[in-house]
Design a protein around this ligand. Structure first.
Ligand code: HEM
Length: 426
């Protein structure tokens, strides 16, 4: 198994670095992962928003698909789940027919979705967060205190992954010292070629074996926590093992739900932690503003998530013929909502490409989606980022990116595999 190597063999389509306005509209393919790895997707989305906001790509590595690039059109798709279904797949890529792992309730529609979501939702409720926050803060403190002051280190590995995996261990009440297993399982789940995340190179057998180990370990925890009274700090496993709607889950359904909760919280939070630091380093005036007024942290957290948009898209499948912005979408068509574009939509965000920690409407971003599938962990993620920046400001006078970030080659996860950083004590 080797990390960070898959998907590199896909040949370049020649879009990255080219002039987005020089390519015929019909040829534009924004599912091209190289655009995200090289951070050169912006011009393509800007052009689509202006010239063809509901755009048909007839040929891509993932078959034909529609791209929805304006904010309001995405809201329309999200708010009409009976026309735009989540059931087939939530990414531009279709599921692997040989290992069709339903990814929990994010790939369900209607009442079944609602019943499953309701079971785990209380873990992310404001009341439960007040119990979780002190433990998360303590773990953030330990991780920051262990950083090598004055030396270059990889922020992705030492901070973003550590914090995220620590948060996940807290949410599952999973043995903290074994937390890196959660990172491994998340990467295994998304490493199948069809996910196109490209952070790990594994064989189909290795992937299955790893995920079955995940199921085994979590089944043991399930058994321990079955028929127990609700703990003060509710965790995902206890919630699932004791609720009417989920206590009879089949093993593969349980695995699907676990994977959703692990993956849902992993790449997203991790890349918001890295992305925030990149944004502050690229915008030193904003970093100064933050130091002068730490009260801006909660708003900055929303701006970081808007600016980074760690999941560039979600996909729906049309359940019937329909029309959107004058285009006829046929039953069965793939409809891809590009949040990464909506969050830079000039009609909603003034000077959208600027990172401004006091932006008035930063919270209006669509990085968490909107509607029935709105991110269940949004408050958790915001809390994790808020606590991180509060603790960083308390400890360090400088947090400096000292080399070029390495980005993930994926159209589904927008993030970083490496970010060299140095810190200096306050
Ligand atoms: C910055 C961090 C995060 C971002 C940007 C993010 C983004 C998203 C997006 C875009 C969706 C789909 C929304 C839609 O289709 O309308 C989603 C759903 C979901 N997220 Fe997050 N997420 C983040 C953190 C988390 C965390 C920490 C967890 C919990 C462990 C989590 C759990 C979920 C779950 C369970 C769903 C499925 C909701 C449903 O189908 O009803 N997410 N997230």
């Amino acid at each position: 198994m080797s990390a960070h190597s898959a998907a590199k063999s896909i040949p370049s389509k020649g879009q990255a670095g080219a002039d987005p306005y020089a390519i015929p509209l019909a040829k534009i393919d924004v599912s091209d992962s190289e655009l995200f790895e090289t951070d050169t997707h912006w011009g393509y989305f800007e052009r689509l928003r202006k010239e063809d906001p509901v755009h048909y790509c007839a040929e891509s590595d993932f078959g034909p698909f529609w791209s929805i690039t304006r904010y309001d059109d995405i809201v329309h798709v999200e708010k009409n789940p009976e026309i735009f279904s989540s059931a087939r797949s939530i990414s531009v890529v279709d599921p692997d027919p040989d290992f069709p792992l339903e990814a929990g309730f994010i790939t369900m529609d209607g009442p079944r979705h609602d019943a499953h979501r309701k079971v785990v939702q209380p873990v992310a409720s404001p009341r439960n967060l007040t119990f979780l926050e002190p433990l998360i803060r303590q773990r953030v403190g330990e991780i920051l205190d262990g950083l090598p002051v004055g030396e270059t280190f990889d922020w992705v590995d030492r901070v973003s992954i550590e914090l995220t995996t620590g948060m996940l261990a807290t949410l599952f009440d999973f043995p903290y010292e074994q937390r890196r297993k959660l990172t491994l399982w998340s990467e295994l789940a998304t490493s199948a070629p069809e996910h196109n995340v490209g952070t790990m190179d594994v064989s189909v057998e290795e992937r299955r074996a790893g995920l079955m180990e995940c199921l085994q370990e979590f089944t043991a925890l399930w058994k321990e926590r079955q028929d127990t009274p609700r703990p003060e700090r509710l965790d995902f496993v206890t919630a699932l093992a004791n609720a009417e709607a989920t206590r009879g889950l089949e093993p593969l359904e349980y695995l699907g739900t676990l994977i959703l909760l692990i993956v849902g919280g992993n790449d997203t939070t991790r890349n918001s932690i890295s992305g925030g630091l990149v944004a502050l380093n690229e915008n030193p005036a904003e970093f100064r503003k933050l130091r002068a007024n730490p009260g801006l942290i909660p708003n900055m957290v929303s701006e970081i998530i808007r600016w980074q948009t760690p999941l560039p898209h979600m996909r729906r499948t049309a359940t019937q013929d329909t029309e959107l912005a004058g285009k006829r979408i046929a039953k069965g068509d793939k409809v891809v909502m590009w949040y990464v574009s909506a969050n830079r939509d000039e009609a909603v965000f003034e000077r959208p490409n600027e990172f401004r920690i006091d932006r008035g409407n930063a919270k209006q971003h669509l990085a968490f989606g909107i509607g029935v599938h709105f991110c269940m962990g949004s408050r958790l993620a915001e809390m994790q980022l808020r606590v991180l920046w509060e603790e960083v400001l308390r400890r360090f006078s400088e947090v400096t990116v000292v080399g070029p970030p390495v980005r993930v080659r994926s159209n589904f996860v927008r993030g970083y595999t490496r970010l060299p950083v140095r810190v200096a004590r306050a």
